[in-house]
Design a protein around this ligand. Structure first.
Ligand code: PLP
Length: 293
């Protein structure tokens, strides 16, 4: 069935959440005790401090990770620490991985069996931070708007603290009545949303995602999808995304989230059958990996 053109809807709340979603997420957020480890010193995040003179703050010079906690168990922790190692190596920043691993263990023991996420930050000033946080609320479906973006090349694939451009892209998309951006190179090559990977189903029925060589982040959720499903990695023009039959986002915090529209072009179903298949595959992978912890 041909897809239907609809003008982008303004989202007055700028979040894409319903009132019920907001009440539920506020309750979760209020009951969550956020803890921070600063170089191994654990306490409430609201009371944690680091010295102001740190280029992590002054220049966004550092790297970070966000890891999902399921009943207090960190999903794919080793993969996240490996990526943190690659990010820090790319910006010539040394950190003590063994010390951070011990600090994470102590933080998670203190936090208990929480449903949440853990943020890791290493700064140019030499700080090792680990924090537990509530999971940000994500609605079941998301509307995307394309935003033109040029990767820095030097920081390709690096999860650096310099995410202001990514955050601005989301604000631009919201200003256009969508919920989230999808970054597109000036030549039309599809990259990724600011904090997730994208997959879509081509008119021929192939599941597609941009190749890492196009400068997208080596997403851990993307990796799990590529291992579980038949996925074509390649260089794709935005026209291919506009012609898609369905699409979904993949990330640590979103897991697999259905896309309902791209640039005002709505999909017949969100989640569609391939998105549901991806959700099932992710749930299966997650269950297996958590049982192995
Ligand atoms: C730019 C970007 N792409 C993709 C992702 C998804 O990565 P992961 O699946 O490892 O959470 C993220 C995560 O925050 C990201 O920042």
């Amino acid at each position: 069935m041909p897809r239907q053109w609809l003008p982008p809807l303004p989202d007055p709340q700028q979040t894409g959440l319903t009132g019920a979603d907001k009440v539920a997420s506020a309750a979760v957020t209020e009951s969550f005790q956020e803890l921070a480890s600063v170089d191994g010193k654990i306490g409430p995040t609201a009371e944690a401090t680091i010295g102001l003179k740190d280029d992590g703050l002054y220049r966004g010079d550092g790297a970070f990770e966000v890891i999902r906690l399921y009943g207090g168990k960190p999903f794919a922790l080793a993969d996240h620490l490996d990526r943190l190692g690659r990010s820090t190596a790319a910006i010539e920043l040394e950190f003590d991985r063994a010390a951070l691993e011990n600090e994470i263990e102590a933080l998670l023991a203190e936090a208990g069996p929480v449903e949440g996420q853990m943020r890791l930050i290493v700064t140019r000033g030499g700080r090792r931070l680990a924090m537990t946080e509530p999971i940000p609320p994500h609605p079941e479906t998301v509307r995307l708007a394309t935003v033109t973006y040029c990767p820095t090349v030097i920081l390709n694939g690096v999860k650096s603290l310099s995410y202001a451009a990514n955050m601005q892209a989301t604000r631009i998309a919201k200003g256009q009545g969508a919920d989230e951006a999808v970054l597109i190179r000036p030549d039309g090559t599809v990259l990724e949303p600011p904090t997730s990977s994208i997959f879509w189903v081509s008119p021929e029925g192939a599941l597609r995602t941009p190749a890492l060589s196009d400068g997208v982040l080596e997403s851990i959720t993307r990796d799990r999808m590529i291992k579980a499903l038949q996925v074509e990695e390649g260089t794709w023009h935005v026209d291919d995304l506009h012609a898609a039959g369905e699409a979904f986002l993949a990330s640590t915090t979103r897991e697999i989230q259905a896309v309902s529209a791209v640039d005002g072009l709505t999909f017949d179903a969100a989640p569609g059958p391939r998105t549901r298949e991806a959700q099932d595959a992710f749930a299966e992978t997650l269950g297996r990996e958590l049982r192995e912890l």
